[in-house]
Write a protein that binds this ligand. Sequence first.
Ligand SMILES: Nc1ncnc2c1ncn2[C@@H]1O[C@H](COP(=O)(O)OP(=O)(O)OP(=O)(O)O)[C@@H](O)[C@H]1O
Length: 301
Amino acid sequence: MITAEALHKHYGDKVAVDDLSFEVRPGTVTGFLGPNGAGKSTTMRLMLDLDHGGGVTLFDGRRFSAIRHPAREIGAVLEAKAFHPTRSARDHLRMLAAGSGIPASRADEVLELVGLAEVKRKKPDGFSLGMAQRLGLAQALLGDPPTLILDEPANGLDPHGIHWLRDVLRSLAAEGRTIFVSSHLLSEMSLMADDLVVIGRGAMIYNGDVDGFVREFTRSTVLVRSPHADRLADALRGLGGVTVDLLGGELRVSGVDVDEVGEIAFRHNVMLRELTAETASLEAAFITATEAVEEYVGGVA
Ligand SMILES: Nc1ncnc2c1ncn2[C@@H]1O[C@H](COP(=O)(O)OP(=O)(O)OP(=O)(O)O)[C@@H](O)[C@H]1O
């Protein structure tokens, strides 16, 4: 269990992390989301005592700096490509293993796990970003830690790599580990994460499960196809609090659920060809939740 309490950091007048408190539960993947510059990397650095600021983060009740063998308790990747320039991938991991009292054979195990066994004798400075991400994950897993903190681990991975990463993180969580992972890939996050911490301009926007976030920041809609769509639209508009978009024989309705739409159609003798509850995406919820706090807003060319 990770407990972050009142994390705070400012650079001059600029508040990068603004009194953030949250918990990351074991056995789950918790996604850490926020627009560019929201403060995700700074928060992760604060959590690991790699940056000076306010607040405390406890890992199963202890601060990072109080943990005797951090590699065996917390695996962290904050920056891809932070490797020794002259050692091979394998030697890099063996050296880290030696420093943490981990058997050297574990280096080969984790390289196999992340799919880098074939290139283990190569120097990481020739690695692609995706390969470097895999090596970063190997490094984080070296001590078989119960907690993982990963900043943008999917960055640079190809679609197979992203799929693989999702499976690895999900199965590590299923083993009871605590996994805190930032990403900009929202569709991936919706498949991977159980819980979310969403921040904007350093402050908390949402902390809870993924479904709750989508519910809170989107309106669910009902899609209806009917040869009498205009008649049904009139009946639904008469209800009040209902929004109806009519396009040809298709209606998109919000403010009522599928059962109510079905009932009203029945009462008005309207034949239906389709009646579907549409779930909004995590991306739609993220855009609504964070549009007011976006820092770097581009224009349209
Ligand atoms: N060393 C620094 N000096 C001054 N300001 C900084 C420094 N590091 C970060 N910041 C500012 O703090 C804020 C948070 O940055 P941070 O890198 O934590 O955001 P982020 O959410 O990780 O962004 P991204 O998604 O783009 O990686 C940003 O506005 C950034 O400009």
